[in-house]
Design a protein around this ligand. Structure first.
Ligand SMILES: Nc1ncnc2c1ncn2[C@@H]1O[C@H](COP(=O)(O)OP(=O)(O)O)[C@@H](O)[C@H]1O
Ligand SMILES: [Mg+2]
Length: 230
């Protein structure tokens, strides 16, 4: 479902952000990417969503060689994936319902289907009563749930999340984890989640890939305990 082979990323500034990344994530897996600030976690996400291209190597997602796509092909490719960020990135002038339905309208889904699907994902994230609210009227945890609803509305095979709990307190972070686990179970969505919250990682244990200075230094199977020096 996700496969990186001998992937390097060097930014124009000269920074080497990733070195010889090799990883394979199967359909339905839920995998954490952890590592200190600057270790290359967000760069890896950007290679996966096509925001950046690798300097060397292949990044394949749902069988598509993402790094080889032309700029014009990226929006079409992105229909296969859902992406969630730390800062939610909701449209402030649109309601909850509109934030979600807009993502479906732009991919030309039929109007009746858009309404049905939007209501369905609002139910999944337990925000069915917030459809007419604007983002600023919601708590951080609720806003992130809207962002997750929008990301899964098109039923992507892969959901990637860059520090989705980064702005949330531990209780709300747990709610987000429960929701991501529910989505992983219910739809078999492959989930790759970047986090630096080791408390969360040790509570909701999953396969964990550890990045350091742009290298994968460990790939821990589900069930292991991640020490705080990792
Ligand atoms: N657009 C960019 N241009 C130049 N350097 C960048 C850019 N984005 C990230 N970097 C550098 O690449 C390295 C990895 O950054 P990043 O992937 O954001 O790490 P993380 O998400 O683990 O904190 C850092 O040294 C960072 O300064
Ligand atoms: Mg980052």
């Amino acid at each position: 479902m996700i496969e990186c082979t001998h992937v390097y990323k060097r930014y124009k500034s000269g920074t080497n952000a990733l070195y010889d990344i090799n990883m394979k994530v199967e359909q339905g897996e839920f995998v954490y990417i952890i590592g200190p600030t600057g270790s290359g976690k967000s760069t890896l996400i950007k290679l996966l969503d096509g925001e950046e291209a690798p300097t060397k190597g292949d990044v394949k997602v749902v069988g598509i060689n993402v790094g080889k796509l032309k700029a014009g092909q990226i929006p079409i490719y992105r229909r296969n994936i859902g992406v969630v960020f730390q800062d939610y990135r909701l449209l402030p002038t649109k309601t909850v319902f509109e934030n979600i339905s807009y993502a479906l309208e732009v991919i030309n889904m039929r109007k009746a289907q858009v309404k049905k699907r939007t209501n369905e994902v609002m139910e999944v994230v337990s925000l069915i009563d917030k459809g007419n609210s604007f983002p600023k009227e919601l708590s951080g945890g609720q806003q992130q749930r809207v962002a997750i609803a929008r990301a899964i509305a098109n039923r992507p095979k892969v959901l990637i999340a860059d520090e989705p709990t980064g702005n949330l307190d531990p209780g709300k972070s747990d709610e987000i984890m429960d929701l991501l686990e529910k989505i992983n179970d219910a739809y078999g969505t492959t989930i790759l989640m970047v986090t630096h919250d080791l408390t969360l990682v040790n509570k909701h244990r999953k396969r964990t890939i550890v990045l350091e200075h742009g290298h994968i230094v460990a790939d821990l199977p589900e069930g292991g305990y991640v020490r705080h020096d990792q």
